[in-house]
Design a protein around this ligand. Structure first.
Ligand SMILES: [Zn+2]
Length: 157
């Protein structure tokens, strides 16, 4: 079972760097067993860098972010996890300007994060966005009950 947290401080202490963030997300994503994001094979092998995996069937390489909403983002997974904590802690929504300031990222990045996480909240899944699916006015992520599910999937709260 992935670890659960009770405060932002605890998240920051338990996930002090990018590798622990990757390990944490890996535990969540492969909770039901590891699988290849390309062909779903369970014959997945791991490279010594603890970040790269290779499929024994289709032979393709991947990271744990492949096939998720984090796949094409340059932001560290740790930043995403902290963003999810912040977003779900603000019951009335958080502005992209505030999120940018709290995470030390650009407002453009913060807007992107909010957009992606809103999608994850709506679909209750980290599966990748369908192409062409765009929503306007993503400044604020509301306090939808569904946000809880996103959080459970990332931080187990
Ligand atoms: Zn495969």
């Amino acid at each position: 079972m992935p670890k659960t947290f009770s405060s932002l401080l605890e998240v920051m202490q338990e996930i002090p760097d990018e590798q622990t963030a990757i390990d944490h997300f890996t535990a969540i994503r492969w909770q039901q067993g590891k699988f290849c994001p390309h062909c779903n094979s369970a014959r997945v092998y791991h490279f010594a860098d603890k970040r790269t995996h290779k499929c024994g069937d289709c032979r393709k390489r991947s990271s744990i972010r492949a096939g998720t909403i984090f796949e094409d983002s340059k932001l560290p997974l740790r930043t995403w996890i902290l963003a999810i904590w912040l977003i779900t802690s603000h019951k009335k929504g958080i502005a992209s300007t505030k999120l940018a300031k709290d995470l030390g990222i650009t407002q453009k990045s913060a807007w992107f994060v909010l957009h992606r996480l809103r999608h994850a909240a709506q679909t209750q899944s980290f599966n990748r966005l369908l192409t062409g699916e765009v929503e306007a006015d993503e400044n604020v992520v509301g306090s939808k009950e569904k946000n809880k599910h996103v959080w459970q999937r990332t931080c187990g709260r």
